[in-house]
Design a protein around this ligand. Sequence first.
Ligand SMILES: [Zn+2]
Length: 63
Amino acid sequence: MAVQQNKKSRSRKGMRRSHDHAKMPNVIYCGCGEPTLSHGVCPSCGNYKNVLVKPKKVKQSKA
Ligand SMILES: [Zn+2]
């Protein structure tokens, strides 16, 4: 087991942990005005780079 050689000060601990926070997702705004993740398909209109790639699901009733 690795054992630390010297005690890390409170200051050093804080410096190390300054990068431990979670990253915020990169939110952009779609052409429809909805916030969406960049490099992702808009969940509300199904567009990616203003091109329709995922048409909205139309409920089909079984006849
Ligand atoms: Zn959209």
